[in-house]
Design a protein around this ligand. Structure first.
Ligand code: CUA
Length: 371
C-alpha cells in the first residue's frame, strides 16, 4: 500500500485532454446504401421485386447451391420438430400420469403406490430407442452427403466461368481471367444470369469468408491456400453478401455486391472494364495530384499507376459504391472519403493524405471521370 502511495506522489498528474479546436463536424452521408438500393430498384422497372437489392437471407435462394442448402435445412428442421414434439409429448404424459398416481395413492383407503411400474432391460424398448435414432442419423447423413456432393465440388461445373475473389482487409478484389487479358475490379462483382460461376478464393492477408446467402453457402478465403465455390444466379438482380469470418476492425463493412446481368449486358460490362482508363484533359490537375501523392503506391489506374494494395480504380466511376459496398458513390461521398477515409470507415488502411481543398476537389473530379 505504501509503495503505491509513494509512486502516486512522484507520478505527474495526467495532462489535461486537449480542448477540441473548431473541428469540422463529422461527415454524414445523404443516404445509406440500403436507401440507395431501394431507390435503384424503384427506378428500375425491370427489377423483379423478390430479387430486389437490399433483400438477402438464406430462405430466398436464387441459385442451385443456396436452394439445396435451404431444402436441407428445412428437412433437418422438420425432423427436429417431430423429435421435439414426440419427446415433449412423452414428458407431458409422464407428468400427468405421475400426478394422477400420486393423487390416487394419497387417498386414505388406497393401497396403490405412487411409484410407477419399474421396467428393466426391456428388449423391445431398447431396440426401439436404438434403431429409430440410428435411422434418423443415417437419413440426415445421406442427405447431407448428397448435398455436399452437389455444392462442394472440386472440378468446375460444365460451361462455367472462372472468377477469382481475393479478400483484403477490408474489401474484395475480383479478377476475370480471359484470353483478352485480365479484368480487375473491386467489391462489385458482375456475373451473367444462368451461367455457373466457378469462384476461386484467395486471401491477401487474414482469413475472410465469402458469403452471398441467396447464391451460395459460406466459403473461407485463406492465405496461402486456394478454395473454390460455385453458384449460378437464376435471375437478374443485385445480391448482397458480406465477409462471414471476423477479420478485424472493419469486418462488418466488408460487403459484397453481386450484380447478375443478362448475358449480353454482362459482356458489355466486361468489354467496358477491359478498356483503358478515360483520359479527360479537363481534369489533368486531378490526375497530377493522384500521380504526385501516395495514391499511386496503392491503387492501379491503367496507364497511370500499378499499386496493388488497394482497389483498382481504372473504372471506379462505373461502380455504385465505395468503401466495400457501404458508401454510395457520389462526388460528396468520394471527396469526404479521400479527405479522411477513417472518418467514414474507422480503422481502414487508407490514410488521409491531408490534401488541401483545391487538391481534394481536383482529385475527386478526376476520379469521377473514370467510368
Ligand atoms: Cu473479411 Cu471479415
Amino acid at each position: 500500500m505504501e509503495a503505491f502511495a509513494s509512486t502516486a506522489q512522484v507520478t505527474a498528474p495526467p495532462p489535461a485532454p486537449p480542448i477540441p479546436s473548431a473541428a469540422p463536424p463529422p461527415y454524414t452521408m445523404k443516404e445509406s446504401v440500403a436507401e440507395m438500393d431501394a431507390r435503384l430498384v424503384i427506378c428500375d422497372p425491370d427489377a423483379p421485386p423478390v430479387s430486389g437489392a437490399g433483400v438477402t437471407g438464406i430462405f430466398a435462394p436464387e441459385s442451385p447451391p443456396s436452394r439445396q442448402i435451404r431444402d436441407l435445412s428445412y428437412l433437418v428442421f422438420g425432423i427436429c420438430i417431430v423429435i421435439f414434439v414426440v419427446v415433449q409429448g412423452f414428458l407431458v404424459v409422464a407428468i400427468f400420469r405421475g400426478i394422477r398416481a400420486r393423487r390416487v395413492a394419497s387417498r386414505p383407503d388406497s393401497e396403490a403406490s405412487a411409484e410407477p411400474v419399474q421396467i428393466y432391460g426391456s428388449i423391445p424398448i431398447e431396440i426401439a430407442w436404438t434403431v429409430i435414432p440410428s435411422i434418423i442419423v443415417f437419413v440426415l447423413t445421406m442427405v447431407t452427403i448428397r448435398t455436399l456432393r452437389d455444392i462442394d465440388i472440386t472440378t468446375p461445373p460444365e460451361n462455367s466461368m472462372e472468377v477469382v475473389a481475393i479478400g483484403h482487409q477490408w474489401w474484395w478484389e475480383f479478377r476475370y481471367p480471359g484470353p483478352d487479358g485480365e479484368v480487375i475490379t473491386a467489391n462489385e462483382m458482375h456475373v451473367p444470369v444462368g451461367r455457373p460461376i466457378w469462384l476461386r478464393l484467395e486471401s491477401a492477408d487474414v482469413i475472410h469468408s465469402f458469403w452471398v446467402p441467396r447464391l451460395a453457402g459460406k466459403m473461407d478465403l485463406i492465405p496461402g491456400h486456394t478454395n473454390y465455390t460455385w453458384f449460378s444466379a437464376d435471375r437478374k438482380g443485385i445480391f448482397l453478401g458480406q465477409c462471414a469470418e471476423y477479420c478485424g476492425t472493419q469486418h462488418a463493412h466488408m460487403l459484397i455486391r453481386v450484380y447478375a446481368d443478362e448475358p449480353a449486358e454482362f459482356e458489355t460490362w466486361l468489354d467496358h472494364q477491359r478498356k483503358p482508363a478515360v483520359v479527360d484533359a479537363s481534369v489533368d490537375a486531378g490526375r497530377r495530384v493522384f500521380a504526385e501523392y501516395a495514391c499511386l503506391n496503392c491503387h492501379t489506374i491503367d496507364g497511370l499507376s500499378d499499386g496493388m494494395f488497394g482497389p483498382n480504380l481504372t473504372h471506379l466511376a462505373s461502380r455504385d459504391t465505395i468503401g466495400s459496398g457501404f458508401i454510395p458513390l457520389d462526388r460528396d461521398n468520394l471527396r469526404a472519403w479521400i479527405d479522411d477515409p477513417n472518418q467514414l470507415k474507422p480503422g481502414c488502411n487508407m490514410p488521409s493524405l491531408k490534401l488541401d481543398p483545391p487538391e481534394l476537389d481536383a482529385v475527386t473530379d478526376y476520379l469521377m471521370t473514370l467510368h
